[in-house]
Design a binder for this molecule. Structure first.
Ligand SMILES: [Cu+2]
Length: 284
């Protein structure tokens, strides 16, 4: 019965009918029930990623339809009954040239926007703000090295402590806060094992590797809270170290910055030592 209702829901959404209030093709900054698409983009990079995705989808759809049509023609016209004496042709030079050249052209057409996108992702524009993200078993730490050099931990809110409006498995106690329409340079590293810092709506995913600093960047164009999750299997609580990025206007960001400096003005050295002591037994 459940399977039947799911099937009906798929059919309904395929027909463009909204299944329920919660259903949508894609959400902004968070997953939605029955999501069938990428999360909506909140950065220029994610817009490019989504555009490239749909470009590829069209190419794949046309190729699949073409191959399916060829298969159907073969099944109908060249089965043993319809075609009792098969042709013994083994070579056809024009067709062989064609089926070599056409795929090469398709690959070249795909490669150009693909490499362009890779370069845009890898080349960090002049940053307005740098945030250092450290993946730990099993939470994230954020530090703002050029805005006061404070650091804080961001842990998932447990299900029993959820307040109304907070998302299960995604809400955190201390969100990473950034200003809207600013280039945020993200330094990503790991403290114990490999984690992966991922925020779908910004189109970013970067491995957090111990002993190494990776970099990525994003420019959020919409205010709001954007969620992600660790995307590298990192141990027993891998699923419980969400990422929450709150994008606010510049005034709010400065207010947050000055309060954060006070709130997190702890002896960084002591905090690091304490964390190292708790994290150490987890490393095997
Ligand atoms: Cu992780």
């Amino acid at each position: 019965m459940k399977a039947l209702s799911r099937l009906a829901a798929i059919a309904a959404s395929a027909g463009g009918i909204s299944v329920s209030a919660g259903a949508a093709w894609a959400g902004l900054g968070q997953p939605t029930p029955w999501e069938m698409d990428l999360q909506d983009s909140a950065s220029p990079i994610m817009q490019d990623v989504a555009g490239f995705h749909f470009f590829l989808l069209w190419i794949i759809a046309v190729i699949s339809a073409f191959v399916l049509a060829l298969l159907l023609i073969c099944i109908v016209r060249f089965n043993a009954r319809a075609n009792p004496t098969p042709s013994r042709t083994t070579h056809n030079t024009p067709i062989e040239i064609l089926w070599t050249i056409v795929p090469v052209i398709i690959l070249a057409v795909i490669a150009v926007p693909s490499f362009r996108l890779l370069f845009v992702q890898l080349e960090v524009p002049k940053p307005d703000l740098t945030v250092k993200v450290t993946g730990k078993q099993w939470f994230w730490s954020y530090s703002y090295p050029d805005s006061g050099n404070f650091e804080f931990n961001s842990l998932m809110v447990q299900e029993k402590d959820l307040k109304p409006g907070q998302l299960r498995l995604l809400a955190v106690d201390n969100e990473m806060v950034v200003p809207v329409n600013k280039v945020v340079h993200v330094l990503v590293t790991g403290a114990d094992v490999i984690h992966s810092f991922t925020v779908p709506s910004f189109g970013i995913r970067m491995d957090a590797i111990p002993g190494r600093i990776n970099e990525t960047w994003f420019k959020a164009t919409t205010e709001g809270v954007f969620y992600g999750q660790c995307s590298e299997l990192c141990g027993k609580d891998h699923s419980f170290m969400p990422i929450a990025v709150r994008v606010v206007n510049e005034g709010d960001f400065n207010t947050w910055l000055s309060s954060a400096k006070q709130k997190y003005a702890i002896d960084n050295e002591a905090a690091h030592n304490a964390l190292a002591a708790t994290a150490a037994p987890a490393i095997r």
